[in-house]
Design a protein around this ligand. Structure first.
Ligand SMILES: Nc1ncnc2c1ncn2[C@@H]1O[C@H](COP(=O)(O)OP(=O)(O)OP(=O)(O)O)[C@@H](O)[C@H]1O
Ligand SMILES: [Mg+2]
Length: 407
């Protein structure tokens, strides 16, 4: 702040004047340091602003203070205050931008100082303070070159009496506050995104476990009803056994989700897991499934095994539900660390792919999300009457990565 001018001053200043200046500089640094400390405390925005205002009121010896943020439509909104009566806070919540110093500073920056708060009282229709203050100071809250809002100080003695560098200091304080507000906003946005992502994953896991099981059980129940209708008790017993197994699996999936919020697959390896899935699928649907694993070694991470397994499972569930296919072919192969998974059926094919991703048709969208997590690429080819073919391509993790793993 004006170092050349300082040097000039120093040339003429008496020792007393010099020590006053030094004391003020130290005071400014103390204020900045205390404000920075108050803003670096953990907590949400409300706690952050409360700490900031308490510190400021004490250090600047203000009767009251407040923070207003620009609303984006030209107005400012009061978000925190100290020393203002509750009814004033209520009236003062939203202020029209172009008609008061807060709005002007929020639009143009700079520091504005006015004698007392008569101007605000006229807008509010009531006095701001029981006994008016000497000066009402408005300073910008800035983040980089954006003005996020303003903060106000209600002072009993003029700002100038506290030293000539006070305006610069208040601008610096406003920048610290702006940085803290922006950081808090980004953190809460990141938290919100993490929650949404987690909800989405749990939704996907539910779709690929309990929702799948219920679909399977509904079909088995239908077959049980038909067997009983025919009085074919042998077939009925067979369906009941299948239903019991399906319920045990659904229960295990539910337990996984309750404890880990994720589905697990056992340690038997992807090829064995797919072979079991295929065997069960064939048994329950009567559809002929041909499964060929041409991978010499399936060196996938645990996370990749899970994604591939559930992609194949959803493809099979779709075949069961929608295709009317008689034959299904599943092939796994790799060229070094580039893996390909093919799942094709000779069913009715998809007309136009109804891939809404809503609760009713989520399967294909979840397959794509799982593919992204691999990461890999998925191609779905289908024509009406021509069956459906899904090709999934992805890279295995670099050497040693396969050991990485449990989510
Ligand atoms: N193998 C297939 N053969 C014929 N049509 C299919 C096949 N796979 C998907 N479809 C069509 O694509 C649509 C979307 O499939 P998707 O898996 O996204 O939803 P869904 O199976 O209807 O419902 P969800 O998977 O949420 O239980 C299906 O409704 C179906 O019309
Ligand atoms: Mg589906």
């Amino acid at each position: 702040m004006g170092s050349g001018e300082d040097a000039g001053h120093r040339g003429r200043a008496t020792p007393q004047a010099q020590s006053v200046r030094l004391a003020r500089k130290t005071q400014s640094l103390d204020i900045l340091y205390a404000v920075a400390t108050s803003l670096s405390q953990p907590g949400d925005l409300e706690q952050l602003l409360a700490g900031f205002l308490d510190t400021l009121v004490e250090l600047i010896d203000a009767r009251a203070a407040s923070v207003r943020l620009a609303t984006g439509d030209g107005n400012t909104r009061l978000i925190a205050s100290r020393g203002l009566a509750p009814e004033v806070v209520e009236r003062d919540r939203l202020m029209p931008g172009g008609r008061c110093p807060c709005g002007w500073v929020a639009a143009e920056g700079g520091i504005r100082i006015q004698a007392g708060t008569a101007h605000c009282a006229a807008l509010l229709g009531a006095p701001m303070l029981e006994r008016d203050c000497a000066e009402f100071v408005v300073a910008p809250v800035q983040y980089q070159n954006r003005i996020l809002g303003v903060y106000n100080l209600f002072l009993d003695r003029p700002l100038a009496a506290m030293g000539e560098d006070m305006p610069d200091l208040l601008v610096s304080v406003g920048r610290l506050l702006g940085l803290a507000i922006e950081k808090s906003r980004l953190e809460s946005e990141a938290r919100h995104l993490a929650v949404m992502e987690e909800r989405n994953i749990i939704g996907n896991e539910l779709h690929d476990s309990l929702a799948q099981s219920l679909i399977g059980m509904r079909l088995q129940l239908k077959m049980l009803g038909e067997s009983l209708g025919r009085k074919d008790f042998g077939a009925a017993q067979y369906e009941v056994r299948g239903l019991r197994r399906a319920m045990t699996r659904a229960n295990a999936d539910l337990r996984d989700l309750l404890t880990n919020y994720r589905l697990k697959i056992d340690d038997s390896g992807l090829a064995q897991k797919v072979a079991n899935l295929v065997e069960r699928f064939g048994r329950e649907t009567g559809i002929a499934v041909y499964f060929q694993n041409d991978c010499r070694e399936l060196a996938l991470s645990r996370m990749q095994e899970i994604q591939v397994y559930f992609i194949i499972q959803e493809a099979l569930t779709n075949i069961r539900k929608h295709s009317g296919a008689r034959n299904v072919r599943i092939m796994l192969n790799n060229e070094e660390d580039l893996y390909t998974v093919l799942i094709e059926d000779d069913g009715v094919g998809m007309g136009s792919i109804e891939e809404s991703g809503d609760g009713d048709h989520a399967g294909l969208a979840i397959m794509r999300e799982r593919t992204e997590r691999l990461p890999g690429q998925i191609v779905i080819e289908s024509e009406p009457g021509e069956g459906t073919r899904i090709v999934l391509i992805f890279n295995a993790p670099p050497a040693g990565g396969a050991a990485e793993a449990r989510r």
